[in-house]
Ligand binder design. Structure first.
Ligand code: MRU
Length: 348
């Protein structure tokens, strides 16, 4: 099972245009950082890990044609990094991958500019390859959480399309399936851009995993009727105390899950943790265009002058999260302790 949303070949970043799925599978070519920035902003590529990987290649493309002195090169590198990081503010993978690229380049003080450019590309490719290994480890760790026949609810798309190809929350479901633990997935449609109805359902259909799409507001009554055994979602940024930003509506699910006594899991790679912030209050929440709410795929559905709020993410308090599934294994509360261990592991 793999649904890679990006590939890099002959100095071109190709992105599977996720705005067009599931109707059309169209690949968009980016040959410069401005095109990559636009593709991240307009959600041709989306999902925190995939955005991070695209940003890494975008940074390379932003300096690939640079001519000049070493100092000016590093100035350009920093300017391109800030530009790309500003494309979407909530997911921290973009910042983490770009900062890592720059760190690795700065370490190699002796290299000349062509070598530095090569180093940038190598690091972007390394992050891309690592993400696949990480997602598969997350899948292995998380698959043990489920029993054969479990009915699992997910929100948005934390699948292959949101990563290098295997997924985090859906990676866990794929790994369980590969082990013969057949699950039934309920996919929230995920208003307003319908990543669940369009993308999660598309991946699961292609994988032969039974999937039922739900209107977002149907979750509570299903939980009450004991038709959901567990919930698993991805994440865009996790603070040091475990507070987790993910697609708007995730917090609703977590609160409902606690009320109904249903486990609520977050699957995420190390690149999604932000140990520099203590709590979710410090996570910047992206507000997106009113048109995503007033229009449904280019057809207006509200009166023209209506007021609109469109926060793309919310923050689930750590106290509602049963466990995190990471490449380092399953982390349980108290998160102050378990996430500190994780932080030390990543610092090595
Ligand atoms: O706005 P999107 O589609 O980029 O939001 C995506 C999500 O919220 C995902 O759940 C998250 O990025 C994790 S993807 C592995």
């Amino acid at each position: 099972m793999a649904f890679p949303p990006l590939r890099f070949k002959d100095s071109i970043l190709q992105l599977l245009d996720q705005r067009k799925l599931p109707q059309k599978e169209v690949w968009l070519s980016c040959s410069n950082s401005r095109q990559v920035y636009q593709a991240i902003r307009n959600m041709t590529v989306r999902g925190a890990p995939a955005i991070g990987l695209a940003g890494g290649y975008g940074l390379y493309l932003g300096i690939a044609n640079f001519k000049g002195e070493r100092e000016a090169f590093f100035r350009k590198l920093k300017e391109q990094a800030e530009y790309l990081k500003s494309a979407r503010p909530t997911g921290v993978n973009l910042r983490n991958i770009i900062d890592r690229l720059i760190e690795r380049m700065a370490e190699s003080r002796l290299e000349n500019i062509p070598q530095l450019k090569r180093r940038a590309l190598e690091e972007a490719k390394r992050a891309h390859k690592e993400d696949d290994q990480i997602c598969r480890k997350i899948g292995q760790a998380g698959s043990s959480l489920f029993q054969k026949g479990d009915r699992v609810l997910t929100h948005c798309n934390a699948g292959g399309l949101a990563t290098s190809g295997y997924g985090t929350a859906l990676g866990v479901i794929y790994a369980a399936q590969e082990k013969g633990r057949k699950l039934h997935v309920f996919a929230d449609e995920t208003r307003p851009l319908l990543q669940g109805a369009r993308l999660t359902a598309w991946e699961l259909n292609k994988s032969g995993i039974p999937c039922t799409v739900l209107c977002d507001n149907a979750a509570a009554s299903l939980m009450k009727a004991r038709k959901i055994d567990a919930i698993i979602v991805g994440a865009d940024r996790i603070a040091a105390n475990g507070d987790t930003a993910n697609k708007i509506g995730t917090y609703n699910l977590a609160a409902l899950a606690q009320w109904h006594g249903i486990p609520f899991y977050v699957a995420a790679p190390g690149t999604t943790f932000d140990f520099s912030i203590r709590s979710g209050d410090q996570i910047p929440i992206e507000n997106r265009s009113r048109r995503e709410v007033t229009e449904n795929f280019k057809k207006r559905i509200t009166p023209p002058e209506v007021n609109v709020l469109n926060p793309a993410f919310d923050v689930t308090p750590h106290s509602l999260i049963t466990a995190f599934v990471t490449e380092a294994g399953i982390l349980k509360p108290p998160y102050g302790k378990s996430l500190l261990k994780l932080k030390k592991k990543y610092a090595k």
